[in-house]
Design a binder for this molecule. Structure first.
Ligand SMILES: [Mg+2]
Length: 230
């Protein structure tokens, strides 16, 4: 069995669905706002540009997305978007914030199996209240010794968290769906990372790299990769 002092798990799109909700909201945004856009405007690209611009100020998560959606609707329509459409955008955001957590297949069994052999922590980023609510209602919190909700997932932040948890970065294995946020920063600290891709990836999470790391088809392959028998 592989030896690590700690396994760290990402949450969104690693343990439960998230990006499919954003994807559906983006589609809905395009449907609602396209009728107010000038011809030839790529409504979806304009929304992403507003999100990119706002990221340092709004941070990650559904509320940040919602504010950017309203701003983008106003700017794309040059102020002609109706209050009815703005109301529908707000409803869309509220629905995304309040929908129950949808776990990815076999996640509870895998965590139970792996947790018999390793200390496990959850490291997620985004909106504090939404992430806290998802963790609390997921039924998964008891698997983790610690739960960390971060503003950003970069080497500096991981280093600070690993030190706080009393673990050397080189003794950590991180499991997550985002190469940019879960894999590269942990490898930069000398840790190990396991990539478990989700079918959808947010445009602002795309990254070019030439690093090599374990790439699993599904989280159900994790116990085998770790060398856990049975
Ligand atoms: Mg993720």
């Amino acid at each position: 069995m592989k030896t690590f002092d700690m396994l760290a798990f990402d949450a969104d799109d690693t343990l439960w669905h998230s990006e499919d909700g954003f994807h559906a909201s983006e589609q809905r945004f395009v449907e609602l706002v396209a009728p107010f856009a000038a011809e030839g405007v790529d409504v979806k690209a304009a929304l992403t540009a507003v999100e990119r611009k706002n990221l340092p100020v709004f941070g990650y998560g559904v509320k940040a997305f919602g504010l950017s959606a309203v701003e983008a609707a106003l700017s794309i329509s040059e102020g002609r978007v109706t209050t009815h459409v703005l109301g529908q955008l707000m409803e869309m955001v509220r629905a995304q914030l309040t929908e129950p957590v949808r776990l990815l297949p076999h996640v509870p069994e895998v965590l139970a199996k792996v947790g018999r052999h390793y200390r496990m922590v959850l490291i997620t980023k985004g909106d504090l209240i939404h992430q806290t609510h998802k963790v609390e209602t997921s039924g998964l919190a008891h698997h983790f010794s610690d739960i960390e909700i971060l503003l950003e997932k970069d080497p500096h932040t991981y280093d600070r968290i690993f030190r706080k948890l009393g673990v050397a970065p080189g003794r950590v294995c991180m499991v997550g769906n985002s190469v940019r946020s879960d894999i590269l920063p942990v490898m930069a600290l000398g840790g190990t990372a396991v990539h478990v891709p989700y079918p959808l990836l947010w445009e602002l999470e795309h990254v070019d790299h030439d690093e090599h790391f374990a790439d699993l088809e599904s989280i159900t392959d994790l116990p085998g990769w770790l060398g856990i028998e049975g």
